[in-house]
Ligand binder design. Structure first.
Ligand code: PMP
Ligand code: GLN
Length: 386
C-alpha cells in the first residue's frame, strides 16, 4: 500500500462523531447517558401504531416516490402554514429526506462550490463541519460566546466576503439553547438580501422553545426565495431512529437539493413517512404538552446542575443545557467528559468539539434533559457527589 492516507483530505480529522463515542462509553460503563440527544421514552403510541400499520398493509414497503410520499409532503406544507404562517406547495416546495442530517448534506452538497465560504454559528452541530468539508467549502465561524451565546451582528457583517455563499443558521441552537430573536433574524435577513446570500436554517427544535417563540427566517421579507428550511420528526415526535426529515424552499432550491439527495439515499423510511404525516397533524395539545414536559425537565436538570456546582446557562430552546465546569475546579471539558463515567456514572458531551475556536468552548459541557424524571434525578444525585 502507498503512504497515501486512505481517508481523503476533506474528511481528515473528522474521526468518530462525539455522539457515537460518548454513547459507546455510556454503554461500556453502564452510565446514565445525558450525552447524545435521544429520548428514553418513545413518542405517541398512536403514531407508532400508524407506522406498524403502514408496514403491515404494504404502505411504503417498496421505494416511495423520490420527493417523499404525497401525504407527508402535504402534511409538511400544512404544518408550515399552521405553526408559522408559511405557504409551500407540497408538490414543488417540499422534499422529504433521511432525517435533517441528509437534508443538511444534500443542501450543502447541492448549493456550494469548492472554495465557497459558509458562515455558521459556532459551536456548530457536528455534521455541518463535515458536510461543508465534503462540499470542499470553507467554514467561517460566527462564535456565540458565554454567557449570553447571542450572535454579534456587527461581527457577522464583517465576516461576509465576496466568497461568502451561504449563512448556515440553527435556531433553536444545539448545543447552546440559544433561540434567535426577531431583531437578530431581521438583521441577518437584511444582510442576506443586501449581500445576496443563501440561507440554510436548521429548525429541528422548532417545537422546543421555552421562552418567546420560534421565528422562521423564511417568513421575513426577501427571504422566501433564498432560504432552505430544514426540520425533522426525530425531536418533535421522539422517534429519532425513524430518520424522517424535510426541506421546504422555493422550487429552484428544492430542485437543486433533490438533485444531490437522489444520489445520497434516493429514498428512505417508506412506512415511517405515513406515520409522520399523521404525527404532523396531531392536535395542538400534543405540541403544547410536549413542550411543557420538556420545560419542566429543563428546570429540573438546570436546578440540579446548579446545586452540583456547575455554571448553568439556562437554554431558551432545544433539550440541551450547556454548563461551565470551571467552578468545579475543572478546565478541560473533553478530559472531564472522558473521566465522568468513571467518577460518577454519567455521560455528557464536551462542547469543545463543536468549536474551531477551542478556547471559547474548552470548559463547556452539554447535558441533555430528554430523559425520564427519575433518570435526571439520579444523574443529579451522582453529579452532586463530584
Ligand atoms: N440538526 C441538529 C441541530 C440536531 O441536533 C440534529 C440531531 N437531531 C440533527 C440536525 C439531525 O437530525 P436527524 O436525526 O433528523 O437527522
Ligand atoms: N442531534 C443529537 C445530539 O446533538 C445527536 C444526533 C447524532 O448522533 N447524530 O445529541
Amino acid at each position: 500500500m502507498s503512504e497515501r492516507p486512505l481517508l481523503n483530505r476533506r474528511l481528515a480529522g473528522l474521526g468518530t462523531t462525539i455522539f457515537a463515542e460518548m454513547s459507546a462509553l455510556a454503554t461500556a460503563t453502564g452510565s446514565i447517558n445525558l450525552g447524545q440527544g435521544f429520548p428514553d421514552t418513545d413518542g405517541p403510541r398512536e403514531i407508532a401504531e400508524a407506522a406498524a400499520r403502514a408496514v403491515l398493509t404494504g404502505h411504503g414497503n417498496q421505494y416511495p416516490p423520490g420527493p417523499g410520499i404525497p401525504e407527508l409532503r402535504q402534511a409538511v406544507a400544512e404544518h408550515q402554514q399552521r405553526f408559522h404562517g408559511l405557504t409551500y406547495d407540497p408538490d414543488t416546495e417540499v422534499l422529504v429526506t433521511a432525517g435533517a442530517t441528509e437534508a443538511i448534506a444534500a443542501t450543502l452538497l447541492a448549493l456550494l462550490e469548492p472554495g465557497d465560504e459558509v458562515i455558521a454559528l459556532e459551536p456548530f452541530y457536528d455534521s455541518y463541519a463535515a458536510c461543508i468539508a465534503m462540499a470542499g467549502a470553507v467554514r467561517v465561524p460566527l462564535t456565540l460566546r458565554a454567557p449570553s451565546f447571542r450572535p454579534d451582528l456587527d461581527e457577522l457583517r464583517a465576516l461576509v466576503t465576496p466568497r461568502t455563499r451561504l449563512l448556515l443558521l440553527n435556531t433553536p441552537h444545539n448545543p447552546t439553547g440559544t433561540v434567535l430573536h426577531p431583531d437578530e433574524l431581521r438583521a441577518i435577513a437584511e444582510l442576506a438580501v443586501e449581500r445576496d446570500l443563501l440561507v440554510v436554517t436548521d429548525e429541528v427544535y422548532e417545537h422546543l422553545v421555552f421562552s418567546g417563540a420560534h421565528h422562521p427566517i423564511a417568513a421575513l421579507p426577501g427571504m422566501r426565495e433564498r432560504t432552505v428550511t430544514i426540520s425533522s420528526a426525530g425531536k418533535t415526535f421522539s422517534f429519532t431512529g425513524w430518520k424522517v426529515g424535510w426541506v421546504t424552499a422555493v422550487p429552484a432550491l428544492v430542485s437543486a437539493v433533490r438533485t444531490a439527495k437522489q444520489y445520497l439515499t434516493y429514498v428512505s423510511a417508506g412506512p415511517f413517512q405515513y406515520a409522520v404525516a399523521e404525527a404532523l397533524r396531531l392536535p395542538d395539545a400534543y405540541f403544547d404538552s410536549f413542550r411543557a414536559d420538556l420545560r419542566r425537565k429543563r428546570d429540573l436538570l438546570c436546578d440540579g446542575l446548579s446545586a452540583a456546582g456547575f455554571t448553568v446557562f439556562r437554554p431558551e430552546g432545544t433539550y440541551f443545557i450547556t454548563t461551565d465546569i470551571t467552578p468545579l475546579g475543572e478546565k478541560d471539558g473533553l478530559e472531564f467528559c472522558r473521566a465522568l463515567p468513571g467518577r460518577c456514572g454519567v455521560v455528557a458531551i464536551p462542547n469543545v468539539v463543536f468549536y474551531d475556536d477551542t478556547e471559547a468552548g474548552r470548559s463547556l459541557v452539554r447535558f441533555t434533559f430528554c430523559k425520564r424524571d427519575d433518570v435526571l434525578e439520579e444523574a443529579v444525585a451522582r453529579l452532586s457527589r463530584l
